[in-house]
Ligand binder design. Structure first.
Ligand SMILES: [Zn+2]
Length: 115
């Protein structure tokens, strides 16, 4: 699982890419037929993972800027917002991939979605 996430590969067959670019996820795998958006709201697990990665990083940025550089809170918050905007595509894509691989490996045991 951990090797497949950076390579953006299908969690079931490991043959095709899940994302085209950073935001466009394919509807299904062309090799094995696994449906990536399995149901409405399926990617909420990815959103939670995204939040768990981005929120501590943003908080760490604000605290570091305030205490290490003695920056005022509004400026630190502004830099944090820019940081979130810059890192969002990366976190969005890889959080969704992490969620899909967790779901495939543990919850579905590699079976759901085979056609
Ligand atoms: Zn596949």
């Amino acid at each position: 699982m951990s090797i497949l996430i950076p390579k953006n590969l299908c969690p079931q067959c490991h043959q095709t890419r899940v994302f085209e670019g950073y935001y466009k996820m394919k509807k299904n795998c062309t090799a094995c037929g696994l449906i990536y958006e399995r149901e409405q709201g399926y990617n909420i697990g990815g959103v939670i993972i995204h939040y768990l990665l981005a929120a501590p990083l943003g908080l760490l940025t604000i605290v570091s800027l305030i205490f290490a550089l003695e920056m005022s809170f509004p400026y630190a918050l502004g830099i944090c917002v820019v940081q979130i905007a810059v890192t969002h595509p990366f976190f969005y894509k890889y959080s969704a991939l992490v969620w899909m691989n967790i779901h495939q490996a543990i919850i579905n045991n590699g079976y759901e979605g085979k056609r």
